[in-house]
Design a protein around this ligand. Structure first.
Ligand SMILES: Nc1ncnc2c1ncn2[C@@H]1O[C@H](COP(=O)(O)OP(=O)(O)OP(=O)(O)O)[C@@H](O)[C@H]1O
Length: 246
């Protein structure tokens, strides 16, 4: 077991989530879904040890790598140096990275489809390109538990597909991954889904991503598409344009 939580309550400031139990097994991908402000980032930061639990017990086993939510980073280095700096925690105070560190950094860049960015100045990359590099930096840490906050938020559809495949590959080496996401298609690739809303529930993707359950979670009507099996939001306010089709 990489993480075991009992009656865990996460929170910060005046915010408190509901208490819940969960476990993360090695080699699994967990998607964390829920509306804005529900507590996904708060939970990830608690698992990362950046916030203390408000109550309950939380046990984590092994190294933890944490990818913060996307934003603008000012890092005046080549992209591969930004990635290899993720290895710093393994190097203590030594400023020297080994051949293995560099190999892991370049492999991680390739895994997120960013090998061609290795020598580009990080500060002159687009937001989505920076997002790929920061994800590579988290992967390069080679930690037992990877906590990723919206890793695909800025990526194009090809990037989302590549990252989904990469995340699955990473679990094959025994890592446990937790991905906070608003991308319900990405969540379908998970082994389990934790939904944070007015209650916190955990289950398989088919159960947790059914339209009826998502409607309650996001407090907006959502239906299962009979054609593709995915879930679509139902427009409730404005009338659709006359030529609109589904
Ligand atoms: N630094 C902070 N100090 C105090 N309260 C905060 C802080 N950051 C977030 N909150 C509050 O904590 C609650 C949970 O926020 P959190 O960022 O965990 O939500 P989230 O589910 O990740 O949301 P989103 O989908 O918008 O990223 C919200 O009510 C938010 O306003």
């Amino acid at each position: 077991m990489i993480v075991e939580a009992r009656e865990l309550i996460v929170g910060r400031g005046t915010f408190r989530a509901e208490p819940f139990d969960f476990a993360l097994q090695p080699g699994t991908l967990t998607a964390l879904i829920g509306p804005n402000g529900a507590g996904k980032s708060t939970l990830l930061q608690t698992l990362a040890g950046l916030l203390p639990p408000v109550a309950g017990t939380l046990r984590t086993d092994g190294e933890v790598a944490y990818l913060p939510p996307p934003g603008s980073f000012v890092l005046p280095f080549a992209a591969d140096y930004v990635v290899v700096m993720g290895r710093a925690a393994r190097r203590g105070l030594s400023p020297i990275f080994s051949a293995e560190d560099w190999a892991l950094a370049h492999r991680a860049l390739a895994q997120v489809g960013a090998a061609d960015l290795a020598k580009r100045p990080f500060d002159r990359l687009s937001s989505g390109q920076q997002g790929r590099v920061m994800l590579a930096r988290t992967i390069a840490q080679d930690a037992a538990l990877c906590l990723l906050d919206e890793p695909t938020a800025l990526l194009d559809p090809q990037g989302v597909a590549e990252v989904a495949i990469t995340l699955r590959h990473l679990t094959e080496s025994g890592r446990a991954l937790v991905v906070a996401t608003h991308d319900l298609d990405l969540a379908r690739h998970a082994d389990q889904v934790i939904a944070i809303g007015s209650t916190i529930d955990c289950g398989s993707p088919p159960m947790m991503l059914a339209g009826e359950r998502l409607s309650r979670l996001y407090e907006t009507p959502m239906i299962d598409c009979q054609t593709c099996g995915h879930v679509a939001t139902v427009a409730t306010s404005a009338s659709p344009p006359a030529n609109a089709s589904t």
